[in-house]
Structure formats: structure tokens, C-alpha cells
Design a protein. Structure first.
Length: 133
């Protein structure tokens, strides 16, 4: 689906999961919008305390170039440093191909975030953190 120039490249989506921020990438993620997308995603994270998971919905992403891939990698690093899980959801074939060619598929998609959270992560999410068992 082609996007119009007025379409925001990053949109906040409602989440059905607690402690999860869901964002949608729309249109092209290239050198023209990369800085804006990175800034908007960081701002969205700053405004939400308690986020434990960042999910980027890519079903409406038309194209990603090397600059766009760089943004995804930076968001993944930012999330990791903040103790937040990161996952790209529904990457289209063109993005899948880029991720496989660059060896970043498992690092950026849910393949790296699969599985249940550890006991420590579960305690943090439920607010039952403490020392000892």
C-alpha cells in the first residue's frame, strides 16, 4: 500500500500486552526519515515508565535501506541497554531478505526474544522483585 507524504513513518499502536509499547513502521524506512523515526521511537519510550517490551509492527513497511537497518539496530541496542525486549513483528519479504542477507534476522525479530521470561524478568514484570527465593 503506497503511503502519502502526510503519513507518519512511525505510529503508536494500542497494546494488548501489559508493559509493552507497540509501534508501527509505515512506508519507507530510508535515509529521508531515519533520523525522525529514531527520534520518535526514543521519545515514545521516554514517555512510558515500566515498559518491558518494544514491538515494531512492520506489516506496512514498504522498504528499508541500509540507513533504515541502522535505525532498527540502534533501537535494538537502546532497548537492550534499558532492559527492554525488542522484536520486529510481521516483516514483509523485502525486509526479511535484508535481515537474512545482513545476518540480523534472529537478532532483530522475535526469534531472539522467543521463550518465556526468566524468573527474574517475571518478578520484575509482576512487581514481585526481591532478593532470594
Amino acid at each position: 500500500m503506497p503511503t502519502t507524504p502526510d503519513t507518519e513513518p512511525l505510529q503508536i499502536l494500542p497494546s494488548t500486552e501489559p508493559y509493552t509499547l507497540c509501534l508501527a513502521l509505515v512506508g519507507d524506512l530510508d535515509h529521508e526519515v531515519a533520523d525522525e523515526v529514531l527520534h520518535q521511537a526514543r521519545e515514545a519510550l521516554r514517555g512510558r515508565d515500566g515498559v518491558r517490551s518494544l514491538r515494531l509492527d512492520c506489516r506496512e513497511l514498504e522498504l528499508a535501506d541500509s540507513t533504515g537497518l541502522s535505525v532498527l539496530l540502534q533501537l535494538r541496542r537502546d532497548a537492550h541497554e534499558a532492559g527492554i525486549r525488542f522484536c520486529l513483528d510481521d516483516p514483509r519479504p523485502i525486509l526479511e531478505r535484508l535481515l537474512h542477507i545482513t545476518g540480523t534476522h534472529d537478532y532483530l525479530t522475535c526469534a531472539s526474544a522467543a521463550g518465556p521470561p526468566s524468573d527474574a524478568e517475571e518478578a520484575i514484570e509482576t512487581g514481585e522483585g526481591g532478593s532470594g527465593r
